[in-house]
Design a protein around this ligand. Structure first.
Ligand code: DC
Length: 236
């Protein structure tokens, strides 16, 4: 554990937590690129772990085997010139594979295993680098960066979140049902909010922003305004 003084010397962090489909991913990307800070997409880490368990045939109810598997994985986030996300699992690009609803559900399952979460703590904290970090997830403000300078908790109604996911998937040419998506979202919310370790909930000092009827641009503007007083740190 670092001391309070050491933590102050660290790069500043903005945490953006909330349930699936609240707009965290888009808002975090836009905020990070506008201020030129690093981005941690922690959901992608859990998605990669879910995919790896599937590929390796590790049982989703075998906590010990899942923990052992995580310790053995090589996960790499690669920054590409166009700003497009490239995520490698054991040297293979899995960026698009992990974006399916199926992988989201697998992620939610492995994310409920305490030893899996514990194994990913250090890797997530390593993203905190100069000039600063925008961290997107469920427990960024509560567990991973409890000393973050700015904590945002994004919410939106389940119906609106299902509608957004539906539009995204239809735009990608996928055949999905809105009713099934709504059920999936409700099931995932329940699992994420009721697990024993790091359940989805706002940090006591988080700013709550409801995005149900606010445009992404307005949410980004609000976050940037809240972040205006934060001072990036230099590399050295
Ligand atoms: O944000 P996402 O949809 O990519 O996340 C996928 C799943 O991973 C989500 O259902 C819950 C889990 N998750 C988590 O438990 N903790 C995080 N910090 C990020 C994601």
């Amino acid at each position: 554990m670092s001391t309070a003084t050491e933590q102050k010397m660290n790069a500043p962090v903005i945490t953006i937590d909330g349930p699936s489909g609240a707009g965290k991913g888009t808002v975090s990307h836009l905020v990070a690129s506008r201020i030129g800070w690093h981005l941690l997409d922690s959901g992608a880490l859990y998605r990669v772990v879910g995919l790896a368990a599937l590929q390796r045939g590790v049982a989703f109810d075998d906590d010990d085997a899942l923990a052992e598997m995580v310790a053995d994985l090589t996960i790499k986030f690669v920054a590409t010139p166009g700003g497009q996300e490239q995520i490698e699992l054991d040297g293979h690009d899995v960026a698009s594979k992990i974006r399916t609803e199926h992988c989201g559900n697998l992620a939610s399952k492995v994310a409920a295993v305490p030893a899996v979460r514990a194994a990913l703590v250090v890797a997530q904290r390593d993203f905190r680098k100069a000039p600063g970090l925008v961290a997107d997830g469920r427990d960024m403000g509560t567990v991973i960066f409890p000393d973050a300078e700015l904590k945002i908790f994004l919410t939106a109604s389940a119906a609106e979140r299902a509608q957004r996911r539906y539009k995204q998937l239809i735009d990608k040419g996928l055949d999905v049902s809105l009713a099934t998506l709504l059920e999936d979202i409700a099931e995932r919310d329940h699992r994420d909010a009721n697990r024993e370790v790091a359940p989805l909930r706002p940090a006591p000092d988080a700013m709550m922003l409801d995005t149900t009827s606010t445009s992404i641009d307005d949410v980004v503007a609000q976050v940037l305004e809240l972040a205006a007083h934060l001072r990036p740190v230099d590399d050295d």
